[in-house]
Design a protein around this ligand. Structure first.
Ligand SMILES: CC(C)(O)CC(=O)SCCNC(=O)CCNC(=O)[C@H](O)C(C)(C)COP(=O)(O)OP(=O)(O)OC[C@H]1O[C@@H](n2cnc3c(N)ncnc32)[C@H](O)[C@@H]1OP(=O)(O)O
Length: 258
């Protein structure tokens, strides 16, 4: 499919999706967000793809929702049109792992989009923020909920109430990102992580993603039981036999996703 605001490359079982609206710092226009939802859904359905990497440019991952496009909308418009709702639901339903590779600004919806991914690798120049308060609104797709779970109440309040940005070092210290790398290594590092994930059992990978995400939505007791049962269930797969035999035989496992 041809996209106007994205560049999609499928490379060695990894879909690399680049947001591509440089003139607006990858602001999330209606067109961009619909194309992104379509691209991640297509990658999720493609049996040749095992992992997705989402990135932007060196200057901006994404500077948030497109303010100029939203400015004149009324309450009735955004409520009845469910602004962002359906597209974000589609992105959140992706079952394959998604890595956000963030350089430059990840603000508002950009920060929220990165947090929707399974983990974030960022460049040394990354800046995260929820500056919606400066526009007379609040975050609308995760900035008050996911950010609080990542960095705790105090920092999430600070960022949502003052609109201040967090740099890469603070983001790593706070647990928002998993690693920080030089800008020119960002995409290579994210692609290497994605290829590593692609080499594992796709069944175990999918179950692991679901189990970690479950920890956000349930009690510890329920989550631990869910995890244990999911672990037990993987003993019904050929990949469990292959993985454990390969360990004992001191060779690389050849997973077949069965
Ligand atoms: C998803 C929700 C519900 O949570 C809501 C949101 O996300 S609301 C949006 C939150 N984001 C912001 O408030 C960030 C807005 N952008 C900026 O503050 C600055 O652009 C900057 C600090 C990221 C970068 O500043 P600078 O380097 O000076 O570049 P600019 O000249 O400002 O920008 C270049 C160009 O991009 C356009 N731009 C930038 N951000 C947006 C945006 N969010 N929406 C629409 N357009 C954006 C900016 O207007 C410039 O274009 P021109 O005016 O020169 O044509």
């Amino acid at each position: 499919m041809a996209y106007q605001t994205l560049i999609v490359e499928n490379n060695d079982r990894v879909a690399l999706i680049r947001l591509n609206r440089p003139e607006a710092l990858n602001a999330l226009s209606g067109e961009l967000i619909s194309e992104l939802a379509a691209a991640v859904t297509a990658a999720d359905a493609d049996p040749a793809i095992r992992c997705i990497v989402l990135t932007g440019s060196e200057k901006a991952f994404a500077a948030g929702a497109d303010i100029k496009e939203m400015a004149a909308k009324s309450y009735v418009d955004v409520l009845t049109g469910d602004l962002f709702g359906p597209e974000i639901e589609r992105i959140n339903r992706v079952r394959k792992p998604i890595i956000a590779a963030v350089a430059g600004y990840a603000l508002g919806g950009g920060c929220e989009l990165a947090m929707m991914c399974d983990f974030i690798i960022c460049a040394e120049n990354a800046k995260f923020g929820q500056p919606e308060i400066n526009l007379g609104v609040i975050a609308g797709i995760g900035g008050t909920q996911r950010l609080t779970r990542f960095v705790g109440k105090s920092k999430a309040m600070d960022m949502n109430l003052t609109g201040r940005f967090m740099d890469a070092a603070e983001a790593e210290r706070s647990g928002l990102v998993s690693r920080v790398v030089p800008v020119d290594k960002l995409v290579d590092e994210a692609m290497a992580a994605a290829r590593k994930i692609a080499s594992k059992s796709a069944v175990a990978t999918m179950v692991a993603k679901e189990a970690v995400n479950r920890s956000y939505e349930t009690t510890l007791r329920e989550g631990l039981l869910y995890e244990r049962r999911a672990f037990h269930a993987l003993f019904a797969t050929e990949d469990q036999k292959e993985g454990m035999s390969a360990f004992a035989e001191k060779r690389e496992a050849q997973f077949r996703d069965r």
